[in-house]
Every structure is written in structure tokens, then in C-alpha cells.
Design a protein around this ligand. Structure first.
Ligand code: NAD
Length: 349
């Protein structure tokens, strides 16, 4: 096995912390990439990995991603992430969560956790009984907190509008055709707002009942999952899976704009160049989808109310415009420009 320093995703992470609890069977890894701007914040993923090395690679990659995302959202937070290595049946026990929470607590606030894949609000409530370094907790109506999805969705909608202005010179989504991959939390908020602006919506989801229900709601049409990316739409908005922008899929895209909330859309860094070479306006994923972390950050740091959250989310289009302007000025692709900007913000440029 390689040493930690040899992992391709190791990027001078400040901290990699292994949490093991024999009694509950817990095996977890917490990684803090950077605390340059504040405590390392990012969710906990509960996932079955075929090899422990895959869990380490994942937590290294994801925690660096959180450093970039939090920096580009203008938050006083660094980047961190945790993974809990689940067994094949994904057995999750209260004892395991308590042991994990003790591991988080032991870092004294250098890492702040929240929900990610496989971890829900109830798990966060359980973790919060042991440590205060946790966000994404239920809150009373009117307070900042709760489900980040609608906030992500609002930022994605604003980002799509900014991309339409950038790529097509249009101020409104009215009359435009938007192809949306996914019909979940982020996609549905985007579809509703865009339809209210007069856009025509096409939707694909592997859960066809979900796609149909959303299409009915917004007066849109359902499209086969393998057809959504190649529709001759004005905007392709990925809001389901990562790694969907590959050499083959980029070559087949017909929309002049790609802007959506899915994480890690580019399969490889080279795909950033490919999308640029096709003349497509691309909104880097972790910039456009920061609305949820903005809400989580404001909840955790208690440094604003709901109108402040809105104001912070409304800064996303400006950040995208900065990226596109630098991309035009330097000839570098938008994703590479975003990475370079984020690295400068965390003192690694
Ligand atoms: P969700 O689970 O509510 O929705 C995802 C949807 O994608 C599901 O309906 C699922 O059936 C569908 N899907 C899965 N595979 C598909 C495929 N091959 N083709 C079409 N549809 C498929 O999730 P969400 O919260 O809406 O998140 C969507 C994306 O946005 C994810 O990539 C997530 O990581 C990212 N994201 C979400 C947030 C947030 O606040 N929820 C924040 C940042 C990023």
C-alpha cells in the first residue's frame, strides 16, 4: 500500500485523522485540507468502499473540494470532509455515530461536520449530542438552517441566468429550452423557477415517476435519461450525478451552455479544456452549487439571518462572471480558472 503522501489526491492536507472504535465497529477518516480561511467544514459520507484506500482517496479529494467551494463562496471556512466506511449492508448504529462524534469532538473544532451521502438530519442530531462541531441541524421556522437543497437550487437558478447572459446575451430565461438531468431537490427548484420565467423544461430522471411529477408541475416534458444530454436545448443543467462530462458526452452536447448543481461534473481535468474547445459556456460546479453550504455556514457561525443568506447566494453570479472574464482574458478553461482563484484565496496560489 502507498503511503498517504503518495496518494494522487494528497495535496498537503493539514490533517488526516483515523477514527477507529472496536466496540461499535466504526472505521472513519476525517480529512482537513485547509483551515486558512476558518475551520475545515464539509459533510460526512457513509459509504461502502471495496478497498479502504478508496475511502482515503475519496476523503482527500472531497476535502480539497470543500476548501475550494467554501473559499469561492466567500465563507470564513476552510475545507474538510469525513467518510465512515460502511459494511456491505450499510449497518449504521447509534454507537457508531457516537464514536464518530467523539472523533470529531477530539479535533476541537478544526473540523465541522454536516450531512452528505448516506447521512441524514437524524444522524446529525445524534452526533450533536456528543459534539458541538456540527451543522445541518433542524431549526425552527424562520431561523437559518435545515435542508440546504432549496438554497442550492436558488443559487443554481441565478447561475443559469448568469450563464445565459454570458453565452447568449439574454437577460431572461423566457422562451429558452432548459434540459435538466435529475428531478430531485436541486433540479425541482430550478425547474419551477425557470418555468415561472417562461422557459420550456425537459426533464430526465432514472426515477421516472419523479420526472413525470415534476414535468407535470412545471408544464414540461419527460425525456429518456440517455437523451437528455444531447437535446438541442439552450441550456443543459446537470443536477443528478457527477462525472457526466466526458470526452464522448462533451462531443455529443448540443446545448451552448452547461450550468447545473451536480458535484464533480467533469470526469477529468482535461474535460475542462474539451468543453471550452467546443465553445460551451460552463459554470464550474462548486461555484454555482454553493447555496447550500452558504446556508449551512450561516447556520453554524450564526453570522446572519435568512435575508443575509439570500444576499450571499446572490453573489454567486458575480463570482461566475469573474471566472468567465478571467477565462476570456487568459485563454484558460473556466474550471481551471476557478481552481486557480480558489487556490489563491486559500493562500496556495
Ligand atoms: P436528490 O437525491 O434529491 O436528486 C438527485 C436525483 O438524480 C434523484 O431523483 C435521482 O433519481 C436522479 N438520478 C440519479 N441518477 C440519474 C441518472 N443517471 N439520470 C438522471 N437522473 C438520475 O439530490 P439533490 O440534493 O437534488 O442533489 C443533486 C446533485 O446536486 C448531486 O450531485 C449533489 O451532490 C449536488 N449538490 C446538492 C446540494 C444540495 O444542497 N442538495 C448541494 C451541492 C451539490
Amino acid at each position: 500500500m502507498d503511503s498517504l503522501w503518495d496518494f494522487p489526491d494528497f495535496d498537503a492536507h493539514e490533517l488526516v485523522h483515523f477514527v477507529t472504535d472496536r466496540a461499535s465497529g466504526l472505521r472513519a477518516v476525517i480529512a482537513v485540507h485547509s483551515t486558512h480561511l476558518g475551520p475545515g467544514a464539509g459533510g460526512t459520507r457513509f459509504w461502502h468502499y471495496a478497498e479502504p484506500g478508496q475511502a482515503i482517496a475519496d476523503v482527500l479529494r472531497l476535502s480539497r473540494g470543500m476548501s475550494y467551494k467554501n473559499a469561492m463562496a466567500g465563507l470564513p471556512l476552510g475545507g474538510g470532509k469525513a467518510v465512515i466506511l460502511a459494511d456491505e449492508r450499510r449497518t449504521k448504529t447509534p454507537e457508531m455515530l457516537a464514536a464518530f462524534a467523539r472523533g470529531v469532538d477530539g479535533l476541537g473544532g478544526r473540523y465541522v461536520t454536516a450531512e452528505d451521502v448516506g447521512v441524514n438530519v437524524d444522524d446529525m442530531v445524534a452526533i450533536s449530542r456528543v459534539t458541538r462541531y456540527v451543522a445541518g441541524l433542524p431549526v425552527p421556522d424562520g431561523s437559518v438552517g435545515g435542508d440546504p437543497g432549496p438554497h442550492t437550487s436558488y443559487g443554481v437558478y441565478l447561475g443559469v441566468k448568469a450563464a445565459v447572459k454570458q453565452g447568449l446575451g439574454k437577460d431572461s430565461l423566457s422562451g429558452l429550452h432548459i434540459a435538466i438531468q435529475g428531478a430531485g431537490s436541486v433540479a425541482s427548484g430550478l425547474a419551477r423557477r425557470a418555468a415561472a420565467d417562461g422557459a420550456r423544461i425537459s426533464i430526465a430522471d432514472i426515477d421516472s415517476a419523479k420526472a413525470k411529477a415534476l414535468a407535470r408541475d412545471v408544464g414540461g416534458e419527460v425525456v429518456e435519461t440517455d437523451a437528455i444530454m444531447t437535446l438541442p436545448a439552450d441550456v443543459f443543467s446537470p443536477n443528478a450525478l457527477g462525472a457526466i462530462l466526458t470526452e464522448a458526452s462533451i462531443a455529443a452536447l448540443q446545448a451552448p451552455i452547461v450550468a447545473g448543481g451536480a458535484n464533480n461534473q467533469l470526469a477529468t481535468a482535461a474535460d475542462g479544456d474539451r468543453i471550452q474547445a467546443r465553445g460551451i459556456t460552463y459554470a464550474p460546479d462548486y461555484v454555482i452549487n454553493a447555496g447550500g453550504i452558504i446556508n449551512v455556514s450561516t447556520e453554524y457561525l450564526k453570522d446572519g439571518d435568512q435575508s443575509e443568506v439570500r444576499r450571499r447566494i446572490e453573489a454567486i453570479p458575480g463570482r461566475l462572471r469573474e471566472i468567465w472574464a478571467e477565462s476570456e482574458a487568459t485563454g484558460r478553461n473556466a474550471a481551471a480558472v476557478a481552481d486557480a482563484m480558489a487556490q489563491r484565496l486559500i493562500g496556495r496560489g
